[in-house]
Ligand binder design. Structure first.
Ligand code: 5CU
Length: 390
């Protein structure tokens, strides 16, 4: 089997048993709550978001049991998954607990992956790899983060780190994090930037009951957009050009707003000369998951990435266009990677393939201007390259 044809899921979550036990032991969000159903059974409910509908939502072995992950992968013909702990990671813990739990969970993740089946077509690739966890919480001593980066880079199945948007409390442009970026770059770990909090204080969603839709569909991607924009504006990608940052949910709204961002920078006397490149150029330095559910959206993201290198100077006014089906779109596809968001968004009928997965696969298949090579790349080849899995 050609490596390019593998289907690799890079956005797929777990709460390993150690983490699930912690959630069970808690009396405030985030937590797992056991309750008795009207028929007398006991069921677990997950409460992780601030505005979670009361009672939370069902949570079960698909979050912590490796067999369930593998069954899900088999059902959807996924060859390899790069799993990550789901939000809110260690954000809510005091520094010493966050530090020791990060280390323990990283060891757990390594064993979860290293003892997973080998790919039938390979004598060396397992079916599971992972992003490790960093103890990114307020007041943590930076050396504790650095030692965890060293730990992760010593664990062969951990290929990166998943991080939220708050850093150690002040966001990702916090100068305190400078050594952290340096160490991650040096270790060659991929950073998976993922939201949890949404934006604002929730009032913007109004009083009408819309379930989870507004915070998840809009709040999550807006949060990622703000976080990566702050990181770009702080010059981190200029100082650490080999950082590999993968953005959840196709980069939120950043691709759509990158030209507006560029124009705002050009017209702002404080920021105008801060960056080495036009804001649009940085799109060519990032990676984007393909959890967008639509072909047109994926095509657009690849257009934005594909034209980015033409904007190589700050204030560049070059008018660069990428025609649908043009080489730029195909080039942009090289930074887009398939993901499922499993075990979130389960179908109502358990025996079916998951609609959320099928939609994302169909979206990849339907992008105009991506030839088979580009689609195979997004389905798996780009992930194998990014994570060095060959
Ligand atoms: O449905 C949700 O709340 C989530 C979540 O919390 N994290 C995620 O990655 N996807 C969906």
């Amino acid at each position: 089997m050609s490596a390019k044809k593998l289907l690799v899921d890079i956005h797929t979550h777990v709460y390993l048993p150690r983490y699930a036990s912690l959630l069970r032991s808690r009396t405030s969000v985030p937590r797992i709550l056991s309750r008795t159903t009207p028929s007398g059974d006991t069921e677990d409910r997950l409460l992780i978001l601030d505005h979670e509908p009361s009672g939370g939502r069902p949570v079960g072995p698909q979050y912590w049991d490796r067999e369930e992950k593998l069954k899900f992968m088999d059902k959807h013909d996924i060859d390899i998954s790069v799993v990550s702990t789901a939000n809110p990671w260690l954000d809510f813990l005091p520094p010493s607990t966050a530090h020791s739990l990060a280390q323990d969970l990283n060891t757990d993740l390594e064993s979860y992956c290293s003892t997973s089946p080998l790919l039938p077509s390979s004598s060396s690739l397992n079916r599971l790899y992972a992003f490790g966890l960093l103890p990114l919480v307020p007041s943590i001593p930076i050396p504790h983060i650095l030692s965890t980066i060293s730990q992760i880079s010593s664990l062969p199945h951990l290929k990166g780190v998943i991080i939220g948007t708050r850093g150690i409390g002040k966001g990702l442009d916090d100068p305190e994090l400078e050594l952290v970026w340096e160490a991650i770059e040096k270790a060659g770990l991929v950073i998976f930037l993922h939201p949890h909090y949404g934006v604002g204080n929730g009032e913007e969603w109004g009083e009408r009951e819309n379930g989870h839709v507004l915070p998840l569909a809009l709040g999550f991607p807006f949060e990622t957009t703000v976080a990566i924009t702050r990181l770009i504006l702080s010059g981190i990608l200029d100082r650490y050009p080999s950082l590999h940052i993968l953005l959840a949910h196709s980069g939120g709204t950043l691709p759509l707003l990158s030209s507006r961002l560029s124009s705002c920078i050009d017209h702002d006397p404080i920021v105008q000369h801060c960056l080495k490149h036009d804001a649009r150029w940085y799109m060519s330095k990032l990676w984007f998951d393909a959890v967008a559910y639509g072909s047109e959206e994926l095509g657009f993201v690849s257009d934005v990435i594909g034209r980015a290198e033409a904007f190589d100077k700050p204030g560049s006014s070059a008018s660069v266009s990428v025609s649908v089906g043009g080489e730029g779109r195909k080039k942009g596809s090289e930074r887009i990677l398939f993901g499922t968001d499993h075990p979130f968004f389960p179908p109502l009928n358990e025996s079916e393939k998951w609609r959320s997965v099928v939609e994302n696969l169909e979206a990849i298949d339907g992008v105009r201007g991506w030839d088979q090579e580009a689609k195979d790349g997004v389905r798996g080849g780009n992930a194998l390259a990014l994570f060095g899995l060959s």
